[in-house]
Ligand binder design. Structure first.
Ligand SMILES: [Zn+2]
Length: 236
């Protein structure tokens, strides 16, 4: 993500050590295991690789296992795609308090490809009920959600416009009921964290918002049926 935002041609070159520029071998690219195997150091310059890389790889692995375990097959591709973007964006948001537009554009393009390929049955593993239906009611709901998000932003200015853009992309790809449940969960988790935070510090200046979107997303993936019955009455 750093490479994309810093304008490096990362897609055209191989991964390398950030310190000495040593080009990584295939066995140094295996998530989690390569870190353990190399004991957290570059094989050439022996510079310590930040522990956060290892932690992020573990979280990624754990989340993927959870999602695969809790999702029906026809939703799996869309959930894995969304999470592959929201998790790195959460970390970027915590570190920089912003969401890079380039990542959002790549996310939107990937989403369009998945929706297109699923709708036209490009891949055989999609051969089940489609997760994305082009009904006018759903389209109307999605457009309404995007307009309401923008209205919410212009009236309250309580969250950044980057968050609104990310939420708008999510609302395009997700079922409206899922999106509404995620939005509710996001605010419940965010509110609880703000209360806990306020107990330790007297004021909050700025809070990264994407981690709460991520938390809300995972909660809804895990507890969709329960949330659906409690907040939406099981209807819709
Ligand atoms: Zn190195």
């Amino acid at each position: 993500m750093q490479c994309i935002t810093e304008n490096k041609l990362y897609l055209l070159r191989r991964s390398q050590c950030e310190h000495c520029g040593h080009q990584l071998n295939w066995y140094e690219l295996i998530p989690i295991f390569s870190y353990l195997f190399l004991r957290g150091k570059c094989s050439l310059c022996k510079k310590q690789i930040p522990l956060k890389h290892f932690i992020v790889e573990c979280i990624f692995g754990g989340v993927f296992v959870l999602v695969i375990h809790n999702t029906t097959n026809h939703l799996l591709v869309i959930h894995l795609l969304m999470i592959s973007f929201i998790l790195p964006l959460s970390i970027y948001d915590i570190e920089h308090y912003q969401i890079p537009n380039k990542i959002l554009i790549i996310m939107m393009v990937c989403l369009c490809i998945v929706i297109y390929s699923q709708y036209f049955y490009v891949f055989p593993f999609y051969n089940q009920e489609p997760f994305f239906q082009f009904s006018s009611t759903i389209a109307f709901m999605k457009i309404s959600i995007i307009l309401l998000l923008h209205l919410f932003y212009f009236l309250t200015k309580s969250i950044g416009y980057g968050d609104i853009k990310l939420l708008s992309i999510l609302s395009v790809g997700l079922d409206p009921a899922f999106f509404i449940a995620m939005f509710l969960m996001m605010y419940i988790v965010g509110g609880l964290c703000a209360i806990i935070f306020l107990c330790y510090k007297s004021e909050i200046k700025k809070i990264p918002f994407v981690p709460f979107i991520f938390a809300g997303y995972i909660l809804v993936v895990l507890l969709y049926d329960e949330i659906h019955i409690i907040f939406l009455g099981g209807f819709y």
